[in-house]
Ligand binder design. Structure first.
Ligand code: M6R
Length: 364
């Protein structure tokens, strides 16, 4: 049941400290600060290209993984939407690694893409939340998220658990091919180990998000901005909002603002900005100054340092824990989920069963 929570979605958002912790426990040794994936039937050290295929929120998890794997393991990563990948005649090589991400493990397009890759001799890994699902059983190996059953149509805890596994995959690849030093593995593992407590801290500040949601609920369009791993989180935030509140929302890479979307900005369009203090902070913050100067009502998601450094004051500031930028996307996923949830509640939509949507998309 929903327990003390009004909706499954809220319950599942609040389960994240627990289930991300459970997922980490399957891979992270906190004493040695090392990552161990299950035994795979192929050698991670010799992988020189990774293809990630998924749909919806699971696809956005794949986009975050691209930044992580390329940075830590120096291996080229391609990420594609399953319905595009399966029909566009992609160029793949026998022995390349393909990862299929799916909460349900039953998504028709993702399964078809997996079968296509198997036919071409690729090494395949399923990253799923349902161990006995078709995708899990079809791939050479399955990595499991420990999210537990996800009932809300809007994916929340499955996403942060997928990110958790993918962060570990990036570390494991980097260790296996010798590109990631052991000292870095230890530092990143430590940052991962602290994620569940950081998510709890964010959830305790839920009221701040609820207050700004009343305002966002009046909007017709909402823009989400981010850079680096914050960009897929902007995409995910926009998807969550449109899916359950029916407000039109778009996610953009902040650097693309000048190439079109800035034309939309006025005081009717709220702009949600994902902006942890990382090496790209200054660039995103300067985009934020530009939109504030054009009257935009900005909701600025950053840590204490990032909030203090912002010159023009936003409509609302939501402060997250200061963490290693590596784990920031896992944390910043949470306020965008909460925002979508509270906006939907303010609008009175059916949060757990949004119109026209099915939890598991088993037909294309
Ligand atoms: O079960 P899957 O992860 O394969 O599902 C993929 C998408 O259908 C799913 O993430 C969808 O986008 C969610 N409703 C997003 O909240």
């Amino acid at each position: 049941g929903k327990g003390e929570h009004r909706h499954f979605m809220l319950k599942e958002i609040f389960e994240q400290p627990q289930v991300v912790g459970d997922t980490l426990n399957t891979m992270l040794n906190p004493a040695s600060r090392t990552i161990t994936l299950m035994d795979l039937p192929f050698d991670l050290g010799s992988v020189n290209r990774v293809t990630i295929v998924a749909c919806g929120t699971s696809y956005y998890a794949g986009l975050v993984a691209k930044y992580w794997i390329e940075r830590l393991a120096k291996v080229a990563v391609e990420v594609d939407i399953a319905s595009e990948f399966r029909y566009r005649q992609p160029v793949v090589a026998k022995g390349d690694l393909a990862i299929f991400i799916s909460q349900s493990g039953e998504t028709a397009d993702t399964l078809a893409a997996l079968r296509w890759c198997l036919d071409r001799g690729m090494n395949t890994i399923a990253l799923v939340n349902v161990a006995e699902s078709t995708i899990a059983r079809t791939a050479h190996a399955a990595l499991l998220t420990q999210a537990g059953p996800e009932i809300g149509v809007a994916s929340t805890k499955a996403f942060t658990c997928q990110l958790t596994v993918l962060a570990c995959v990036a570390i494991a690849l980097g260790r296996a091919n010798g590109r990631l030093p052991a000292t870095e593995e230890a530092r990143l593992s430590q940052a991962l180990a602290e994620v569940p407590a950081c998510i709890s801290e964010i959830l305790r500040a839920d009221d701040g998000i609820r207050r700004v949601a009343e305002d966002i609920a009046q909007a017709r369009d909402v823009l989400y901005l981010g850079r680096g791993t914050g960009y897929p989180i902007a995409l995910e935030g926009a998807l969550k909002l449109k899916e359950i509140s029916y407000i039109h929302a778009e996610g953009y890479a902040s650097g693309e603002l000048k190439h079109g979307p800035i034309a939309l900005i006025d005081d009717h369009v709220p702009v949600i900005v994902v902006c942890p203090s990382d090496e790209l902070y200054d660039k995103t913050a300067s985009n934020v100054q530009e939109v504030i100067a054009r009257g935009a009502r900005v909701v600025f998601l950053s840590d204490k340092e990032g909030q203090a450094r912002l010159v023009n004051k936003p409509l609302a500031a939501f402060t997250l824990p200061s963490v290693d930028p590596f784990v920031a996307p896992i944390l910043y996923a949470v306020p965008v989920q909460l925002l979508a949830y509270h906006v939907a509640v303010a609008k009175g939509t059916d949060v757990d069963q949004p119109r026209n949507l099915a939890k598991s998309v088993t037909v294309e």
